[in-house]
Write a protein that binds this ligand. Structure first.
Ligand code: ADP
Ligand code: MG
Ligand code: ZN
Length: 419
């Protein structure tokens, strides 16, 4: 199965977090991988999703029983056959895992590293058709680290024994730990390594309160005449009217949405790839598979649905590393629209709550008072020292302004008190 439908249908996410798509692809294809991602970055998905794309069982080695149980519970709720063999199991739980293994139903088998100490476990794993080993918190293999777990040293042997690919994950990025992981888990043979922070320093971030959205977008495009850009809109109708308005201003612009004839859509994709300076005004249907490196700007005429979508959409700009600019408009109507979209959807309540959380995170970013890059990256678990550019760093909001009306009201009140 392909990754995107599983991402949506099983995990309930609309888009990958930064870095996930590449890792999922490599792991699913059976490459040995070492992925370093900040805490909260979404590492679990990078082995859970490939586990569903591959035949056979994925063995997940994880250091903490509580972590394993959480993940198994989450997977089962999503309808995935997963189980854990840990010392914390009841006999019933263990029997259930075994029967799922025997029937060939089990897709993910979580195991504490201690289990690997018994010869029985290795023999069992050899028998059940393991197709992938995933190692969570792989820095536990490092003898010099704080989290050293001696039994992690058995994983390399298991990999050799089973002859299957191994995917290792950690948030610990220092070079020494990385070398130790490569030496101990992969016998020194270099895996494919993924070490990409989430920061895209060449992308300038800006938000503005919507007052006259069409004029605001036209003004933004005016300042970037002749450059390739994307304007994302919340509705299909708006893509058409806004593209028309841009053409009336002399821009080369066309619309794109899921309601169009597939041939027409392909024509727009082709023009965008070939031409310089075309503006595509689109719904989020325009995205997957767009890998034009020199998109110089992305504007949101309407607020995206989540902080993940925002990151992914602005991330289409500046892939070539040269400066790129973004502008996201938002207003009370957007917030109402996005909220009702979630509430009226068919997702189960927990998922709706999570979707509201991701929308709230975006609102937090929209209303941030200092560096947007810091807020954005801290959501993904990453810290940055310097900002490559955002509207708030360019021009810090004058907090004094916000208090002026209050002060005026206050002094007015004082004056009335005096008279
Ligand atoms: P890590 O192991 O890297 O610290 P997790 O795998 O625990 O991170 O994921 C952190 C959070 O991010 C979880 O709540 C998870 O549901 C969420 N998450 C992961 N991938 C995505 C995604 N593509 N879109 C939205 N949320 C995601
Ligand atoms: Mg984790
Ligand atoms: Zn900043």
């Amino acid at each position: 199965m392909r990754a995107e439908p599983l991402l949506r249908e099983v995990f309930g996410f609309d888009s990958f977090r930064p870095g996930q798509a590449e890792i999922v692809e490599a792991v699913a294809q059976g490459e040995n991988t070492l992925a370093i991602m900040p805490t909260g970055g979404g590492k679990s998905l990078c082995f859970q999703l490939p586990a569903l794309m591959r035949d056979g069982v994925t063995v997940v080695i994880s250091p903490l029983i509580a972590l394993m149980r959480d993940q198994v519970r989450g997977l089962k709720e999503a309808g995935v056959e997963a189980g854990a063999l840990t010392s914390g199991n009841t006999e019933e739980e263990t029997a259930e895992v075994w029967s799922a293994i025997e029937d060939g139903r089990l897709r993910l088998l979580y195991m504490a590293p201690e289990r690997l100490a018994s010869g029985g476990a290795q023999a069992m794993l050899r028998r059940i058709g393991v197709s992938l080993i995933a190692v969570d918190e792989a820095h536990c293999v490092s003898q010099w680290g704080h989290d050293f777990r001696p039994d992690y040293l058995r994983i390399g042997e298991l990999r050799r024994d089973l002859g299957v690919p191994l995917a290792a994950f950690t948030a610990t990025a220092d070079a020494e730990t990385r070398e130790e992981i490569v030496a101990k888990l992969f016998d020194g043979e270099r895996p494919r390594e993924f070490l990409r922070g989430f920061d895209r320093p060449n992308i300038h971030l800006a938000f503005a309160v919507k007052d006259q959205p069409r004029r605001q977008i036209l003004a933004f495009a005016e300042g970037r005449r002749g450059q390739s850009g994307i304007v994302y809109c919340g509705t299909r109708a708006k893509t058409e009217t806004l593209a028309q308005a841009l053409r009336e201003q002399g821009h080369s612009a066309c619309h794109y949405h899921g309601g169009m004839d597939p041939d027409d859509r392909r024509a727009v994709e082709g023009r965008f790839a070939r031409e310089d300076g075309l503006i595509v005004v689109a719904t989020i249907a325009f995205g997957m598979g767009i890998d034009k490196p020199d998109i110089r700007w992305v504007a949101h005429a309407d607020l995206p649905k989540s902080i993940e979508s925002y990151y992914q959409e602005i991330g289409r700009a500046g892939r070539d590393g040269a400066a790129a600019e973004t502008l996201t408009l938002f207003g009370p109507d957007d917030i109402r629209f996005r909220r009702s979209q979630i509430d009226e959807g068919l997702a189960p309540p927990e998922r709706k709550a999570a979707d509201h959380g991701r929308l709230n995170a975006l609102l937090g970013l929209a209303e941030a008072l200092e560096c947007r890059r810091k807020s954005l990256l801290s959501y993904f678990g990453e810290e940055v020292e310097t900002c490559g550019g955002c509207d708030l760093c360019d021009k810090p909001p004058e907090l004094f302004d916000a208090t002026t009306p209050v002060r005026m009201a206050l002094s007015a009140a004082l004056r009335t008190g005096e008279s």
